[in-house]
Design a protein around this ligand. Structure first.
Ligand code: SF4
Length: 97
């Protein structure tokens, strides 16, 4: 058993990536780790490599099956990403039109 203390899922949430190549602006890690239906973005390794220990973070918080789903699925197109962002906004603000 690994005795290393596991950081919380949210431990890097306030870190910012200055320009998301999908959205075209700055994003926080909180978005990157969950924007894929609750799973990380398929680009998370490339965007966060060198800024935090992203490989260890992913291994600590996601199952091999979840990671396989993230990294083996085809990349969503720009419209798919926009619809996913809209869905998330609607979920967070259910009473807004
Ligand atoms: S990991 Fe995905 S959502 Fe986050 S900055 Fe990179 S491309 Fe954008």
């Amino acid at each position: 058993m690994d005795e290393r203390e596991q950081p919380a899922l949210t431990c890097f949430d306030t870190r910012e990536h200055w320009r998301c190549p999908i959205l075209g602006g700055p994003v926080h890690f909180s978005y990157c780790r969950a924007m894929n239906g609750g799973l990380p973005c398929h680009r998370v390794l490339g965007c966060w490599n060198g800024k935090l220990d992203i490989q260890t973070y992913l291994q600590d918080h996601f199952t091999p099956e979840q990671l396989d789903r993230v990294f083996s699925q085809p990349a969503p197109g720009r419209m798919g990403t926009i619809f996913e962002a809209l869905r998330r906004v609607r979920e967070q603000n259910p009473h807004q039109e």
